[in-house]
Design a protein around this ligand. Structure first.
Ligand code: UD1
Length: 429
């Protein structure tokens, strides 16, 4: 087993580049299933979730080839996928986003059989809205103990209304509807940057999708989708995590290869803490010299403050001067990592969906766990700013979503290393 060991207290200086967006990649790769020709996807992040979804497609019969030996540029030829059944339970169980295969296979074959997916489980993660969208288009759903089966006689474009704004259900509805005859209108669609990216990718293959990025997405079904070369957007949450890391540790870092507008809500909250954020065309500079000020944060669907930045901000605000309040309004519960921050001296009281944070100047290094991807990122941020050594176990979660995090943080001056350990001597964590 490996863990991260951080010797906290170094300020961060220099430049760091952001990789392609995980949450766009894990939807765009399954979307290739819908094409009748090979597609080249560029700017893929080199992370576990991407290698798993590519392995699932290969297992289904697709040919996957690195272009020019570069992991971030991959050609996927879906023509060998001839069955609507996904049989590699183990791989699917490794990642939550494999539910996008439901929409993609339903759109291609009019039916799908996909094992239940795993991935980050910081709380109950229902998919009732995904299934409702498929049913609206004419599919029958059958939930078996370990898999979901979709079947249909005839799918037809219809209006779909979501009573909860859901990223996954919006993406899955787009995937299912893109080749369905007629007009599908998705009302109360999610507006995250990766929704727009998926729509842009599908349109590059010949789809007819309008309105992605607004509340209403209109899809006119097309018969065929063709090859294209498409470059994935930069990862909003990876960028936000490095921004929060610089604010927590102090210093001056240029964060490159970002779309600054995607970071607006994060930038606004960092500015509330007294952190300077300068925006350029494709970069942001984050400078933190003075003591952090407290602030209040409320997570909301895009363009609100992203829930996937909530744990990192709780870690950051643990060292701000004064009392901050962080409300989680997307997920029912997403504070299970707070006891890990308390081990480092953070003073946080949870009350329902609100964390009350009584900031103190310095946290202290401790042995902690990464409970999920973003909770793990929060531990890294806490460790970078803390006094002394922080050891983070279960880093497999962090590596699902952050490409070369050790190398990137080291390049801007952090003292962080990966260390192999024997699990049985670490059970005091
Ligand atoms: C995606 C992101 C995840 C992020 C979340 C919210 C990916 C792979 N994951 O997850 O990192 O935290 O968006 O920005 O992109 N809901 C239902 N029924 C459903 C689906 C969702 O009630 O069928 C509820 C959820 O319980 C939650 C809310 O809708 O309260 C938002 O969830 P959703 O946007 O669907 O999250 P994911 O797409 O799973």
């Amino acid at each position: 087993m490996d863990k991260f060991v951080i010797n906290g207290g170094n300020k961060l200086y220099g430049e760091v580049s952001v990789s392609g967006a995980k949450n766009a990649a894990v939807a765009i790769i399954p979307a290739v299933v819908l094409s009748d020709e090979p597609c080249v996807i560029e700017n893929l992040p080199k992370i576990k979730d991407v290698s798993v979804i590519l392995a699932i497609l290969e297992h289904m019969g697709a040919k996957v080839r690195k272009v020019d030996g570069d992991d971030s540029r991959v050609e996927i030829d879906p023509r060998g996928i001839t069955s609507h059944k996904v049989t590699c339970e183990k791989l699917v169980g490794d990642m939550r986003a494999s539910y996008y295969l439901l929409g993609a296979l339903l759109g291609k074959f009019g039916k799908a059989v996909v094992p239940f997916s795993g991935g980050c489980s910081f709380c109950e993660r229902p998919i009732d809205l995904h299934l409702k969208a498929f049913e609206t288009l004419g599919a029958k759903t059958n939930i078996c103990p370990n898999r979901i089966e979709l079947s249909s006689e005839r799918l037809e474009g219809r209006p779909i209304y979501f009573d909860v704004v859901s990223v996954g259900a919006t993406m899955n509805a787009m995937l299912a509807a893109v080749k369905v005859p007629g007009r599908t209108i998705i009302d109360r669609a999610a507006k995250e940057p990766h929704i727009v990216d998926l729509a842009n990718f599908l349109n590059s293959m010949g789809a007819n999708i309008k309105g992605a990025g607004t509340d209403v997405i209109k899809i006119r079904g097309v018969e065929k989708l063709h090859s294209c070369t498409y470059s994935i957007i930069p990862d909003q949450i990876e960028a936000g995590t490095y921004m929060a890391a610089v604010a927590a540790a102090g210093g001056n870092v240029l964060i490159k290869d970002v779309i600054p507008e995607h970071l607006d809500s994060i930038t606004a909250k960092l500015r509330d803490t007294g952190t300077l954020v300068e925006e350029y065309d494709e970069a942001v500079r984050v400078v933190r010299e003075n003591t952090l000020k407290s602030c209040n944060v409320k997570t909301m669907p895009h363009p609100g403050f992203p829930t996937d930045m909530q744990p990192q901000f709780v870690a950051l605000l643990s060292t701000a001067n004064g009392r901050s309040r962080v409300m989680e309004c997307v997920w029912e519960s997403r504070f299970s990592y707070i006891p890990q921050l308390r081990k480092m001296g953070a003073d946080i009281i949870e009350n329902g969906n609100t964390a009350h944070i009584y900031g103190k100047q310095r946290l202290t290094g401790a042995k902690v766990r990464a409970l999920d991807l973003r909770a793990g990122a929060a531990m890294v941020i806490a460790g970078l700013s803390a006094e002394g050594i922080t050891e983070i176990a279960d880093i497999k979660y962090i590596e699902r979503g952050y490409e070369k995090i050790i190398e990137k943080l080291t390049s801007i001056g952090a003292d962080i290393r990966r260390v192999t350990y024997k699990e049985d001597i670490e059970d005091d964590l």
